[in-house]
Design a protein. Structure first.
Length: 611
């Protein structure tokens, strides 16, 4: 018998899918116009040549990094719309022949995932802070001080993280139309300002940007560290592909990209007309219509909440991929959509992110201070993604795509080099936040390897010999017992201990193996061969992005277990690293809890180990 499960649910298509994509994945990159040009123009003299130069760099950064590296090259690699650094690793790993190459790939992946999580802490903080800082420009509210703005931003963040449990599908339905209005407002305001100073259109010429870079030496090069702020949502955009799929995101980008370019050009025009402006976007809107300013501020606050949502959803996706590919320990995962199994909520990650976001808001206090720290982690992630994308195209013998990917990766390296200047202005905080998940991953991987070496599995032929012997000498217990083994050729010690030491043997014993495939989607399940009288094997194979509910699969094959046995490790150690590992194992849901098997049927078999 065998069966095939659904591969994760369908993706949204058409206009509705594009609107949802605008709400779910484009918030971060869509709100970068609030602060990007303001931060850059605070660093350079506001001459026409300088303004046109940075505008050109912004436009071509959006085109090369977001459009080409992510929307085209990266999104063309997956089979079913999956995205993220871990997905790139899973695509490249089978193509590598040498263990050293695979180990180097593992290290790159761990660094990339950690940097993205570190960046995910700063994104909500800078987005929300930058929006609420438009409030003092409202007539009658000039007296609102920094403390009140921080309190407002913190309240918005708390509300945002509190509604995550409701699910990204519901959030996207609400946020999508708001982001469409936001991009329309950006486009319209940009067009009005461009008409007043059409010379900014020269910035479309890439040579203007190149000339700016080479005309001011090191100062111009370091400006790249702020230019990259316009593209900081690119990695989260790619990681969020699993929520809606490739096509809705690409379709939405077709109107998001022009809206961003037009608005940046409009802001540049305003900067030429009003060289003393300090908050470019908000003052530009105020100059166009005082009556529409308050609605625009409220819209900007809503848009920055959506920006935070995009990063939160991306981190949920990345963490789940890490769990399924055994880079991260199991965490409690809740599925928030009956239609799309890829839409998830991870409680522990959600509240840790909120705590870190509130800390960042209180520490930096203003978005301009945060901007001086923002971008270092995300440029590192872009470099790693570029290297992996290039490697995949190279091993697939698509040399033209590989050359293009490597060319853009070199540009990523330029941004990363320029961003090193942010280390002394607070950029180290993104590395501090990234160090936490990196430490967890490295300790978890090292600990799992130690456990694997310590728990010597029983070879199948030896296990069967002992099984037949005890089967012939004792009366089995009525009913069915389930045991979980990753590979039935190597029986976990807890199974042998249960049967041969504790003399617990049921009439029907089923060894269930759950195999995670190299492919992202698909579920296949069924009975395999019978090993002996009363001893059967059952296999479930699923893709590394698949969301599997095991109980219905077992019932489909008429498996009505009386008890479920699973192994537990009791770790005894005086070593600090292994104490941390033991704590991780204790706090993480067990294997059977993660797969949501019936709690009243489970029985843990503990094995003591010294590390």
């Amino acid at each position: 018998m065998g069966g095939t499960g659904a591969a994760g649910g369908g993706k949204e298509t058409g206009t509705l899918g594009a609107v949802k994509a605008a709400g779910l994945v484009f918030g971060d990159i869509g709100t970068s116009p609030i602060y990007t040009l303001t931060v850059i123009l605070a660093l350079i003299p506001r001459t026409e040549a300088a303004i046109l130069g940075v505008l050109s760099l912004i436009i071509w950064t959006l085109l090369l990094i977001v459009s080409v590296q992510y929307a085209w090259l990266a999104m063309s690699l997956g089979k079913r719309g999956e995205g993220g650094t871990i997905v790139l690793r899973e695509l490249l790993n089978p193509l590598l022949k040498h263990s050293r190459s695979r180990y180097a790939l593992l290290i790159l992946t761990v660094i990339g995932v950690s940097l993205l999580i570190g960046d995910g802490v700063i994104t909500p903080a800078i987005s929300i802070l930058s929006a609420v800082e438009g409030v003092p420009l409202i007539p009658g509210l000039k007296g609102v001080g920094p403390d009140m703005l921080i309190l407002l931003a913190a309240g918005i963040a708390i509300i945002l993280f509190s509604i995550q449990r409701r699910g990204t599908d519901r959030v996207a339905v609400t946020f999508g139309p708001l982001m469409v209005v936001w991009f329309a407002a950006l486009t319209l305001s940009g067009i009005i300002m461009i008409v007043q100073a059409p010379t900014v259109l020269w910035a479309i010429n890439p040579l203007i940007g190149v000339n700016f870079l080479f005309s001011n030496g090191l100062e111009s090069f370091l400006v790249l560290a702020s230019v990259i702020l316009c593209a900081t949502g690119g990695e989260a955009l790619y990681a969020d592909m699993g929520h809606l799929g490739r096509e809705p995101i690409r379709r939405a980008w077709c109107f998001v990209f022009p809206a961003l370019v037009i608005n940046y050009l409009g802001q540049g025009a305003f900067a030429l007309i009003q060289p003393d402006a300090s908050s470019i976007l908000f003052e530009m809107i105020l100059s166009l219509s005082a009556g529409l300013y308050i609605p625009f501020v409220l819209l900007s606050i809503a848009a920055t909440v959506i920006a935070s949502q995009a990063m939160i959803s991306g981190i949920f996706s990345i963490v789940y991929q890490g769990i399924m590919t055994r880079l991260l320990p199991t965490l409690k995962v809740e599925y928030t959509s009956t239609a799309l199994r890829s839409q998830i909520y991870i409680n522990s990650v959600n509240w840790m992110l909120l705590f870190a976001v509130l800390f960042v808001m209180l520490f930096f206090r203003e978005s301009r201070h945060l901007a001086s720290a923002y971008g270092l982690a995300v440029t590192g992630t872009m470099v790693i993604s570029g290297i992996l994308i290039t490697g995949i195209f190279l091993y697939r013998h698509r040399y033209g795509h590989a050359a293009l990917a490597w060319g853009i990766t070199l540009i990523d390296f330029l941004f990363l080099g320029a961003s090193q200047s942010k280390l002394v202005t607070g950029g180290y905080w993104s590395l501090v936040f990234a160090a936490v998940p990196m430490g967890v991953i490295l300790i978890y991987l090292a600990g799992q390897r130690r456990l694997h070496r310590a728990f010597r599995p029983v070879q199948l032929k030896d296990f069967l010999r002992q099984y037949r012997k005890i089967r012939d000498t004792m009366e089995p217990i009525s009913g069915t017992a389930l045991f979980f083994a990753r590979d039935v050729k190597r029986i976990p010690p807890y199974i042998a201990r249960t049967m041969f030491v504790n003399n617990i043997l049921y009439q029907d014993n089923i060894l269930v193996s759950i195999v995670v495939d190299d492919t992202p989607f698909g579920v296949v399940h069924g009975f395999k061969r019978d090993l002996a009288e009363g001893l059967r094997t059952f296999e479930i194979r699923h893709g590394y992005l698949e969301f599997v509910d095991i109980t219905p699969i077992l019932r489909e094959h008429d498996i009505r277990e009386k008890v479920i046995f699973y192994g537990l490790e009791e770790i005894v150690t005086n070593h600090l690293v292994w104490q941390v590992f033991a704590t991780i194992k204790r706090l993480a849901p067990t294997f059977v809890q993660f797969y949501r098997l019936p709690a009243d049927h489970m029985h843990g078999v503990s094995t003591r180990i010294e590390m």
